[in-house]
Design a protein around this ligand. Structure first.
Ligand code: IMP
Length: 467
């Protein structure tokens, strides 16, 4: 009997007659991970774009798994700014392939315009970028319905990006959607557009008085777009699984943030897809046992765009300072972002629902000038101290955040690349965050450029670089 099995038999004596197969070679598990999900730990805009770009040198493929062109990923390389909304940031790194998974909703026009901008900037996309044949397509009537619903009197406003994301997912779940594979089938496309326009025009006119869209013109435009999109389309589930089997590294790039997840977020003020780590599985066709680790990206404080609960939101002069220093304006809509202090109960919740192992902390330098930095460590709800996240908006409204005030470091951290060079109080802030959130900090971002990054020792070795 192998000594390592004895404790098991103490716990489960009924197994005493069982035969155990113990692989000696597997007892020394390699710490290397062939794949990672990287996602926003808050309400989006945590600066994932830069982090995906930094990490993409370790990965052969970067795959988007949810959302659409509502995401705004800003990457600055040698002073040149790229704002990608649909195409995974990985394509900016030569040798890294981009994949748009089946969980994404694809606006063909937005895709083609991004491709054109990337080509003009000299980025290699042809043969290096693939779209899942099973991804759903956003059509103009999705935008029409969303715009009308969001602006109709008496309706609950979500503050969406008005890109038609929600209505496209509605059609998907209603089994009424058009997938990329169907977009390439011209006769099916014509029939689909004719039927859908009839239905959506009737609904939008009856409910909101909206002017109807012309199906003939729509068909012609989308059939032309389909021809340009066709070379990018493939079955990306096979592509990704084959790549993993061949020993390649794959990064699953989240969009938005965990708290905007359709199931786990601050419903109904959420996006319409699974932005949490689980979405990487359903949104790409790669099973959970092939996901190596989960990396959450959190700002050193919190922001949110659109409506919905935000327990640590601040207003007035302090909020203005955070907004101005952090340039907190939406990358997609330009809207000023709501700002507030770091919320540990929410971060812990986010780490729990994603199994987040690693944390990336961005925008550290934005806090450089504050005398003290409050961090919410628990909530008081109806006189009771808790860190359990309420499920409904009413519960959120009764939260009184309990703050611990940490001393500010009052000097510049901008551009620092070594952890030891951070001021002592900044390190204490990070260590506090790490302790309280139960995830290990692996990267700290000290500015928008690729180079303005601290990687903690040991993290890089997790991902062996493959040719
Ligand atoms: P939708 O995704 O356009 O349906 O918008 C739903 C909610 O998600 C709104 O509150 C949006 O402001 C928010 N949202 C969508 N995409 C992003 C993003 O990339 N960053 C931050 N918030 C987002």
């Amino acid at each position: 009997m192998d000594a390592c099995l004895e404790p098991l038999l103490d716990t489960f004596p009924d197994l005493s007659g069982a035969i155990f197969l113990v692989s000696k070679t597997e007892s020394s598990v390699s710490p290397q991970r062939p794949s990672a999900v990287i996602l926003g730990a808050q309400w989006g805009d945590e600066g994932k774009g830069k982090i995906v770009d930094v990490l993409s040198e370790k990965f052969n493929i970067v795959a988007r798994y949810a959302g659409g062109h509502n995401a705004g990923h800003t990457v600055i390389i040698d002073g040149q700014k790229f704002v990608l909304q649909l195409i995974p940031c990985g394509v900016l790194r030569p040798g890294c392939t981009g994949v748009i998974g089946n969980g994404v909703v694809l606006d063909p026009m937005a895709f083609l315009s991004e491709v054109q901008k990337l080509r003009a900037a000299g980025v290699h996309v042809d043969g290096n970028l693939f779209i899942s044949n099973r991804a759903q397509v956003i059509l103009p009537y999705h935008r029409m319905i969303e715009l009308a619903a969001e602006t109709a009197p008496g309706r609950q406003t979500i503050g969406t990006t008005r890109r038609g994301i929600g209505p496209a997912y509605e059609d998907k779940i209603h089994r009424n959607g058009l997938r990329v594979v169907d977009l390439l089938n011209t006769s099916l496309l014509r029939t689909h557009i004719n039927n859908a326009c009839h239905e959506k025009n009737t609904i939008a006119h009856a409910l909101f008085g909206t002017e109807p869209l012309d199906p003939k013109q729509m068909y012609e435009e989308y059939a032309r777009a389909a021809e340009q999109i066709a070379p990018f389309v493939t079955d990306t589930a096979y592509l990704l699984n084959d790549a993993l089997s061949a020993g390649q590294n794959v990064m699953f790039e989240g969009a938005q943030g965990a708290l905007l997840d359709i199931d786990h977020g601050t419903y109904p003020f959420v996006t319409s897809s699974s932005s949490t780590a689980g979405g990487a599985v359903t949104g790409t066709g790669v099973g959970p046992s092939r996901i190596g680790t989960v990396i959450g990206v959190t700002k050193a404080y919190v922001t949110r765009v659109g409506e919905g609960p935000f327990p640590t939101e601040i207003e007035g002069e302090l909020a203005e300072r955070l907004r101005a220093r952090g340039m907190e304006y939406g990358a997609v809509t330009g809207r000023p972002r709501r700002c507030g202090w770091l919320d540990i109960p929410l971060l812990r919740y986010s780490n729990m629902i994603n199994s987040t192992e690693w944390l990336v902390v961005t925008k550290m330098d934005v806090l450089d000038e504050f005398d003290e930095i409050p961090v919410c460590t628990a909530y008081e709800i109806d006189g009771k101290v808790t860190s359990v996240i309420p499920a409904d908006v009413r519960g959120f409204k009764s939260i009184h955040p309990i703050y611990t005030k940490l001393k500010g470091w009052k000097c510049s951290t901008e551009g620092i690349t070594e952890y030891d060079q951070l001021p002592r109080l900044a390190r204490e802030y990070l260590e506090f965050l790490e302790r309280e959130s139960s995830a290990k900090i692996c990267i700290i971002s000290t500015g928008p450029d690729r180079g303005q990054t601290i990687t903690k020792p040991g993290f890089d070795e997790l991902f062996a670089i493959k040719d």
